[in-house]
Design a protein around this ligand. Structure first.
Ligand code: TYM
Length: 329
């Protein structure tokens, strides 16, 4: 049976981009594959969270995973820092990862541009840690959004390089995955770019209805089409993208037609979009709160997850140490 793995950083609550780009696939894949889904709390350290917040950040994402439908009895759900084998594999992989290639990754260059005051070595080697996450379970498929494509390429590169250096065919080369189609990028509400945790343009699963209405009503648009069948500018296309995700086909067709014959009122579209988002998020939000408050359940999930993940990870690490040449005395 093929192995699936994916993770989400515990730097904030889950937004619709995380859900549609990644978590929705996790839920479907757990039916058919051997699945590992984890919370990337080591990766979250690149943003320097305060010790008093770290644990709660993890607890939130864990509750959100389960509320979205990831079933701890089917998939292995665990916390990255509970599996020290990952950190050791990361160290070993770092020896064959070159500073030049790491500096050239788009996400690193972006961070350097956006936060020149905090260009830490963890950011530089971020793709190496991600590779360790993936190959420690020899994952075949990695459900992720479009923004992770380059990191997946790096994971394949490091896996291939390890095999090459040690003349083995040990690591599987992992493939990014999205059910039935290409990887996706869910746009934000600010007119350009993707929905993201650090972009401040997200709609979160935990958002209250009034918050969702407020955010959607404030979304960037334009003055409206000035001729029939005009192409949509990016902010408008983004709203339609969200509408296609959240609303039924007849609603989408209605607003497409209104756009094409220049009778569209963005206010109406936004109201409908907000209500359709609320319809989806309300039961999820209720489940999140229920799970978040269930100490006993969460600690059982985390303990079981760590045990299963370590069983798989320690086997890989034993093999890797042997391949590299470590021997017992
Ligand atoms: P993170 O926490 O930023 O995002 C988690 C997942 O959500 C996807 N995603 C999106 N998909 C579509 N549209 C969007 N606007 C959008 N925003 C986020 C991401 O592509 C991702 O799949 N480095 C990773 C976490 C990670 C990981 C791994 C993932 C650590 N190790 C190993 C896979 C395998 C990250 O920061 O994702």
């Amino acid at each position: 049976m093929e192995t699936v793995l994916s993770g989400i950083r515990s730097t904030g609550n889950l937004h619709l981009g995380n859900y549609y780009g990644a978590v929705r696939n996790f839920v479907k894949m757990q039916e058919e594959y051997r699945c590992f889904f984890f919370i990337a709390d080591l990766h979250s350290l690149t943003t320097h969270p305060k010790p008093e917040n770290l644990h709660d950040n993890i607890r939130k994402v864990l509750s959100e995973y389960i509320a979205c439908g990831i079933d701890p009895d089917r998939a292995t759900i665990y916390i990255q820092s509970d599996v020290p084998e990952i950190s050791e594999l990361y160290l070993l992989l770092n020896m064959n990862a070159y500073v030049g290639e790491l500096e050239r990754t788009t996400t690193f260059k972006e961070k350097v541009r956006k936060q020149p005051e905090n260009v830490n070595a963890g950011l530089l080697t971020y793709p190496v840690l991600m590779s360790a996450d993936i190959i420690i379970h020899n994952a075949d498929k990695v459900p992720v959004g479009k923004d992770q494509e380059q990191n997946l390429e790096m994971a394949r590169k490091f896996a291939r390089r390890f095999n090459h250096i040690y003349h083995v065919d040990y690591f599987t080369l992992p493939e990014p995955f999205n059910f039935g189609s290409e990887l996706i990028k869910v746009p934000g509400l600010d007119g350009t770019g993707k929905m993201g945790k650090s972009e401040g343009n997200g709609l979160y699963l935990i958002d209250e209805p009034k918050e969702i209405r407020k955010k959607v009503m404030k979304a960037v648009t334009d003055a409206g089409p000035d001729k029939p069948n005009a192409p949509k500018p990016e902010p408008v296309e983004n709203l339609f993208y969200l509408l296609r995700l959240m609303s039924d086909v007849s609603t989408v067709a209605h607003f497409e037609e209104a756009y094409n014959n220049c009778t569209i009122r963005y206010g109406d579209l936004k109201k409908q979009l907000a209500e359709d988002i609320i319809l989806f998020t309300t039961p999820v939000r209720e489940r999140i709160l229920e799970i978040y408050n269930d100490d006993e359940y969460l600690s059982r999930v985390v303990r079981n997850g760590a045990e299963k993940a370590r069983e798989s990870a320690s086997k890989t690490l034993r093999d890797v140490r042997e391949i590299i040449g470590y021997k017992g005395f």
